[in-house]
Design a protein. Sequence first.
Length: 425
Amino acid sequence: MCTDASGRKSGQALFRQAAVSAAGNRLFGGVSIVVPPSGRAAMFIALSALLALIAATWIVEVPQRSRAVGVLMPVGGFVDVVADRPGVVADVFVSQGQLVPGGQILVTAGDRASPGGNSTPTKILLSLQGELEILNNVHARQQEIAADKLVALGEEMESATRQLRLADERRRSLDEELEILERRLVRWQELLQRGHVARDAFEREQANVIRAHADLAAFRQATADLSRQIRTLDRSKAEAGKQLDLDLLQHSMAVERLQRDIERGRLDVYQEFRATGQTVVAQVLVRPGDAVHQGQVLLKLRQPGDRLQAWLYLPTSRARLLRAGQEVEISLDAYPRQVYGTHTAVVSSISGVALLPSDIDVPLLLTGPVFEIRADLGELDVTTDAGQWPLSPGISFSAEIIQRRLRLYEWLLKGPLEQSGGSIG
């Protein structure tokens, strides 16, 4: 279209001429529609917008979602540590996230009447413990007496041994003295035969020899007695040692018997929970001093290396078109969830039948039959301004399952077709 003044004037003249010419036609017959040039542009734009809208109904997809609730759980689930009977938590020896070996004590719980209370099991346990203490004190005293006796026997043996050594030395001296006296007696006898000495002098020498023999016999008897005494003391010392060993053995047997009774009594007063194998503490639900009832869960354990999954529970009324591979948008119960709490998971399995709340052991409030859906998480960490922290089991969340995606025209026609009983492929 011309933009100069002459062009606009000429165009206006032509438009007026066409209008005058149309007015001169007959009343009945064909009708000529005259569109100004600006109207053609508007028609083109409207047609383009209509074509774009028709294309959008084929291209744009609207996701169809179902809301669910769930909790983060290890693949193998939790192993609950449950109180066998009512009591009071005495000690908790582990913390959340700790890897513990098999056999380690996890938690102990006592009778509601504390060890200073008046319950019959507690009295029995205290009596057994007191008996064990008395037994140990008596045994310690017996050990002291036996040790003193062994020391006394040792001292007597040492004294007898010294006396025996002295007696042996004196006996050797007497042997030498007797030998000298006997040689002198022989010479005195020769002199007596020759008449050089008187008989009474010879008899005195002979008496000295006899006295020396008597003294030597007495010392030999004393030596023999000392030897027998030493042997007797040695046997007594050996018997005392054997008796000491026997007393120790009998004491050990009595202590072991009492300890078994104490352990049985302790089981009546205390509950002791140990790890059956290597495990990870997922949750600690009690503290020392807490009163617990029979069947109450004290700890939750999980297997080491067990990966984390999202377990979702969808009411049966909304469980349509579920299949593995569907995406799940998870909003953790964290603050603020818009920043830290949103994750994506992919459905890996769906329960074959609807489950009742009583059949499900998860910390969620469910009010009717649900399908259990398990989804694999894309990320196992939460990124915050302060860094990353790992997701832990037991965190609850709400979720939206993208069950299918409808084209825009299908979504627009969905309502009328469903009301008329039709379906969308």
